[in-house]
Design a binder for this molecule. Structure first.
Ligand code: AMP
Ligand code: ZN
Length: 111
């Protein structure tokens, strides 16, 4: 499948990994929007939040269950923001669901 994040997961596109297990991968965003900016992705190709259901939402639960641990590893003691862009109006550019984990400064308002 022609998906950048599937290729990062299978190693055919390199990434700077922060955390990995059998269900997810977290890696540094190539165009950081905050001093610390990591992308957390499931190891299943789900196009967007719009494609979540009872069967595959376990991947999202798993990602959120690890987010605190990843943030701690990154030194985000003051807090962090998790963002999901769903669809064109939200600015989603990669159609493999992902959660931006951002911090390292006082972040501005959402939109
Ligand atoms: P979104 O706009 O929510 O779809 O976010 C996609 C994110 O993926 C953007 O912040 C991009 O900078 C990031 N991105 C795209 N390609 C790569 C890559 N090869 N390695 C790391 N991050 C990437
Ligand atoms: Zn994919």
């Amino acid at each position: 499948m022609d998906c950048i994040f599937c290729k990062i997961i299978d190693g055919s596109i390199p990434s700077k990994k922060v955390y990995e297990d059998d269900k997810m991968l977290a890696f540094y965003d190539i165009e950081p929007a905050a001093p610390v900016h990591v992308v957390m992705v499931p190891k299943a190709h789900i196009a967007s939040a719009d494609d979540l259901n009872e069967e595959n939402s376990q991947y999202v639960a798993h990602i959120f269950s690890k987010a605190g641990e990843i943030a701690e590893k990154l030194g985000l003691d003051g807090g962090y923001r998790i963002v999901n862009n769903c669809g064109a109006d939200a600015g989603q550019t990669v159609f493999h669901i992902h959660f931006h984990l951002m911090g390292g400064k006082t972040l501005g308002k959402m939109a």
